[in-house]
Write a protein that binds this ligand. Structure first.
Ligand code: SF4
Length: 217
């Protein structure tokens, strides 16, 4: 069991959040407002897939579930890369079971650029860390990454996709990702529940879904 991009982002906000995700996910309380934001983000991501024209989507669900079949997605992505597909959406990669799916992977003359789609009016630092994690997994998967972009939500609803380049900042997180990924892998597997004092991390950068659980302990 490795960690995903979401696991990593949640684990660096608070390692106990990651541990609870793995061992006691039933304790989550996701408010209707947060759920609405998550759903709107998914819709925006789906719309963005076609922003460069025809594309191939790698999503494969495990039969009878809404859970992605990550192994099948990694294999399908590898197949499309070998065939030279120009735009690959939800392109999946794995490195020692650490996993990410790239929103849009776009072939260039020398390799690939990639795009992370966020339903937000601005680029936030956690988005760049998120792309840094993807860059790490892609580089370890021997993909030659050129430019990295965050696509934000602009004002023009006819064409809401605003492309922001973050290549330099995202790549600069490589060492930081390497320093944290293995420690988070270890922490998520701890048998005992991690003890973390409640604090600023409970609502920054995101409100924690275990807020009630920890604050009532
Ligand atoms: S409520 Fe706070 S301490 Fe508890 S898991 Fe979430 S971030 Fe960590």
């Amino acid at each position: 069991m490795g960690i995903t991009k979401s696991d990593f982002m949640r684990g660096v906000q608070c390692p106990k959040m990651l541990w609870l995700d793995k061992h006691k996910p039933g304790l989550r309380i996701i408010s209707p407002e947060v759920q609405r934001r998550l759903d709107a983000g998914n819709d925006f991501g789906d719309r963005a897939m076609a922003m460069f024209g025809p594309y191939e989507e790698m999503t494969i669900l495990k039969p009878g579930t809404q859970f992605p079949d990550t192994k099948a997605m990694v294999a399908k992505t590898a197949d499309h890369i070998s065939r030279g597909t120009k735009v690959i959406c939800e392109a999946a990669f794995s490195y020692y079971n650490n996993y990410c799916a790239v929103d849009i992977l776009r072939k260039t003359e020398s390799g690939y650029d990639f795009y992370e789609v966020k339903n937000s009016p601005v680029v936030k630092d956690q988005f760049i860390k998120d792309t840094g994690f993807q860059y790490y997994i892609l580089k370890k998967s021997k993909i030659n990454v050129g430019k990295i972009f965050v696509v934000t939500h602009g004002n023009d609803e006819e064409n809401p996709f605003v492309i922001n380049e973050v290549s330099e900042e995202a790549k600069a997180y490589y060492k930081w990702i390497d320093e944290n990924i293995w420690e988070l892998n270890r922490k998520q597997k701890e048998a005992e529940e991690l003890m973390v004092e409640v604090g600023e991390q409970c609502s920054n950068p995101y409100e924690c879904w275990y807020y009630n659980y920890c604050h009532n302990q």
